[in-house]
Design a protein around this ligand. Structure first.
Ligand SMILES: Cc1cc2nc3c(=O)[nH]c(=O)nc-3n(C[C@H](O)[C@H](O)[C@H](O)COP(=O)(O)OP(=O)(O)OC[C@H]3O[C@@H](n4cnc5c(N)ncnc54)[C@H](O)[C@@H]3O)c2cc1C
Length: 496
């Protein structure tokens, strides 16, 4: 992650009230003019087709939300996703207002064999939530979060963002695991797994999922849980958007204090080896309440920094004790660990990772924070410090679930390592991506598999990555989506 402003933001997080994420879409839908000419579109096969105007109008009339075509007000905003590398123009955009709209859109796409993209929060690094020439189902109008304080449950619509979930939960003194940038979508994050600063205590986001409402490729609306459609429930916990559109998620919530011990601690990159070797040992004995995730960055005018993103979600006095060894290691140039407002802390990277920039990323799962990994991190940093290295520390509750209990297969990894680059000038694309790939080639041999949500891969790598779960995912795909309507994801190819 881009942590250029980490220290300043981390300190600010302790005192500032969280700013609400701007929801660009107005909540009021209104009817657009009738379509008067046929609409050219792209099919799942890649072939061109022409949709009859009457059929398109019939779809539009069936919606509580809107159908947008090129040139319509709101079309460009709806097709725009977080990563500016992916500038695509769907033939049709259904801005769904409810589950029935989603079902109508899925039926239309299936019947016309249209290439189909589903946009939750639109934060797919490889741009899976937008397509060229097909249909996009945009869930941005479905963001409602309802909290049942007594049952400690959240009902979250499929287009909600992490901020929506964190804010509504924390307002009731409750919380669940969510990622570290608040404008990320709950939809894509959950379906792929869901790492966050609370995952060692409460598990991945999918470990807190109680049920989901899914629209499958046949247009049917299904409630999916451990009791209803348990196979599909298994598949959506890590299998991504392969099996349909999730229009609502139900999560378990946990009582929490809003103030937690957290912040960043930084050392100069010149002592990175010592710090990382210390961390390799220190991190083997973390309590489940403790999240300590290393990163390496090179803000302008520095020789580079190695740091730790820290959050302790238990009793702060205990946390202080557990952190003493880390904080007194070597000579940190900044120690920003203090009592922070968790909601604000969850927004501290929002600005650096704001939508509209160009991004490229790789990641891998790490079973051991080994000397080889440390060597590769340091060697790569010397090669090119502009690429940022970050970790999502796992273990704890994440590892309490077996590799095959959910479709997410990397339970025994102690951490996930990511390498990301963010820039704005398209002229830099080739150089940035090339540099990142060169550095990643050093790191990758120290990883085993990857997190599908932060990487794009080929079909064979995807199959390998799902490992022992792949055959079961294929069987599910054969049952629920034999034509592979939902293919813009970490795709499991049906064989039926
Ligand atoms: C800035 C940033 C920070 C991140 N931080 C974290 C982090 O801390 N932890 C972590 O685990 N991951 C993190 N991620 C990765 C994140 O989990 C994925 O990018 C995720 O896919 C984003 O979900 P989305 O709904 O915003 O994406 P989208 O682009 O909308 O969708 C991504 C994929 O999910 C599918 N999808 C989305 N919503 C639905 C739905 N409701 N039903 C069916 N399919 C759906 C889409 O079709 C697409 O295949 C981060 C990503 C970014 C860009």
């Amino acid at each position: 992650m881009n942590r250029r402003l980490f220290c300043r933001s981390a300190v600010a997080a302790g005192v500032a009230a969280a700013l609400p994420v701007q929801h660009a879409l107005g909540s009021v839908f209104h009817a657009l003019a009738k379509v008067t000419s046929n609409v050219p579109a792209i099919k799942l096969s890649g072939n061109e087709t022409v949709l009859q105007a009457a059929a398109v109008n019939e779809l539009a009339d069936s919606l509580k939300g809107q159908l947008l075509l090129r040139g319509d007000a709101g079309y460009d905003q709806a097709r725009t996703i977080w990563n500016a590398m992916h500038d695509r123009h769907p033939a049709l955009i259904v801005r769904a207002a409810d589950t029935q709209d989603v079902s109508n859109a899925v039926n239309f796409a299936r019947d016309n064999e249209l290439l189909l993209a589903v946009k939750g929060g639109g934060h797919s690094f490889p741009g899976k939530s937008v397509c060229e020439g097909g249909m996009m189902i945009d869930l941005e109008g479905m963001k409602t979060v309802r909290i049942d304080k007594d049952k400690r449950r959240a009902q979250v619509e499929g287009g909600a963002l992490l901020y929506d979930l964190d804010k509504a939960s924390l307002d009731q003194g409750l919380v669940t695991t969510a990622g570290v940038v608040s404008h990320t979508g709950v939809g894509g994050l959950t379906l792929g797994g869901g790492f966050g600063r609370l995952n060692r205590k409460y598990g991945l986001t999918i470990d807190n999922l109680v049920s989901a409402r899914m629209v499958t490729a046949d247009g049917q609306v299904r409630r999916v849980s451990a009791e209803e459609d348990p196979d599909l429930f298994w598949g959506i916990r890590g299998g991504g958007g392969n099996f349909g559109v999730a229009t609502e998620f139900e999560f378990d919530l946990h009582p929490t204090e809003r103030k937690m011990l957290g912040g960043a601690i930084l050392w100069p990159a010149s002592v990175a080896r010592d710090v990382l070797e210390f961390y390799a040992e220190y991190s083997t004995a973390l309590s489940d309440e403790m999240y300590v995730a290393p990163f390496m960055i090179a803000p302008p005018d520095t020789e580079g920094l190695v740091g730790m993103d820290v959050l302790y979600c238990g009793d702060p006095f205990r946390g202080e004790k557990d952190l003493a060894a880390l904080r007194s290691f070597g000579q940190p140039i900044e120690d920003g660990i203090t009592m922070v407002d968790y909601l604000a802390y969850q927004t501290q990277f929002d600005g650096d990772l704001a939508p509209g920039q160009r991004n490229y990323i790789k990641n891998g799962m790490v079973k051991e924070f080994s000397p080889g990994l440390i060597d590769a991190m340091i060697e790569g940093f010397a090669l090119d410090p502009t690429t940022e290295l970050f970790f999502h520390t796992a273990g704890g509750a994440v590892a309490q679930v077996g590799d095959t209990e959910t479709a997410f297969p990397h339970r025994q990894a102690v951490t996930m390592i990511g390498m990301g680059s963010t820039w704005t000038d398209p002229a830099e694309d080739k150089q940035r991506i090339g540099e990142l790939k060169r550095r990643w080639a050093l790191i990758e041999p120290n990883t085993g598999g990857f997190y599908t949500n932060l990487r794009e891969e080929t079909a064979s790598r995807t199959e390998q990555n799902f490992g022992p779960n792949y055959d079961r995912l294929v069987a599910l795909k054969n049952s629920y989506d034999p034509m592979n309507l939902f293919r813009l994801n970490a795709n499991v190819k049906p064989t039926a």
